[in-house]
Design a protein around this ligand. Sequence first.
Ligand code: SAM
Length: 363
Amino acid sequence: LVLLREGRAEFWAPDPAKYNDPARAPVFYNRYMARNRTISTLVLSAFSELKGGPLVVCEPLSATGIRGIRYALETKAVERLILNDISSQAVDLIKKNLELNGLSAEVYNEDANILLRRLGRQCDVVDLDPFGSPAPFMESAFQAIRDGGMLCATATDTAVLVGNYKDKALRRYGVRLFKTPFYVEVGLRALLGYIARVAAANDFAIEPLIAYWERHYFRVCVAVREGAREASDVLRRGLAYIVYLGGIRRVARRETAHSLGPLWVGPLGEPDLVARLPRPQEDRSAVELLNTLTAEYTTVSPWYYLSQEFGDLKMEVRELIDLLLSNGVYATPTHMAPYGFKADAPYGELYLILSRDIGRWQL
Ligand code: SAM
């Protein structure tokens, strides 16, 4: 074990230098997830302010405990912290790390599904941070969460969610997918669509607060409200298919040829909430990410475009967006692709605007 620091926490973890693949270490710790934990800490804090008080927070897949420990140390959001891991080695380490940070928490050594079901409706926040897919724990999470709570989930099975493994996407998430130029957004929306359906099966409606992607994972935090009618309304408005063919995209209420889905087609996040999150100045790329998310959550189209879909444009994405804006088309950058942009206009309209410009640049 080595003593590490992350945020305000100090904690023991298997030496990252010794275990290239953290999944092979006796207890899991992935330092490349630090930004995920930092952003989650900010979201938890903002959510508790929104709710007007501290919360019961359960992290049923805790490993070293670093996530829950940072929540307790860095926010005023935690009234009761429930940590758990199926590995007894992890549980020993969680206890040691809690003590090191002068914190107390309930620590369990159970299967996450059993713990969540046993807890019943006691949790304001359930944070699922598993190996791979959160799907095996989703149903139980909606048994543990109470009205007005928040569900957070990380998914590292990004290849499945973006449509690289069609059969697996259908089995695990109940979605038909194929690869598109906007595959990162398809992945986020497949995950959110799945969460919305499991929530609805348990009479909960979801409202995404933040949803984003980084190279190796998807992360979403959704507010949940109990109510059968609201759950049905959200499903009706929020779930649909995206038809994609030859650059053209459209939303369809029913499955058709060339359609992906069902996918979440509602907002990916709350721009006002993300705008208000304090910017972690020590992590410039987290600041950039939060700024981009704030902008792109103000668009409505459930996809992005890549600049190369419009030919060989000799323009920076920023210039391209300015050109669209000056032509009356609302557009923003997207964190999901460096050469991508969000735009609330059909492909054909964008093509007309941009192709005029191609002409100008090629002359
Ligand atoms: N949340 C941690 C963090 O931020 O560092 C990382 C969690 S790690 C990706 C997943 C953990 O889930 C592992 O420690 C593993 O032992 C535990 N786990 C796997 N299956 C489980 C189950 N069915 N119930 C409870 N814990 C489980």
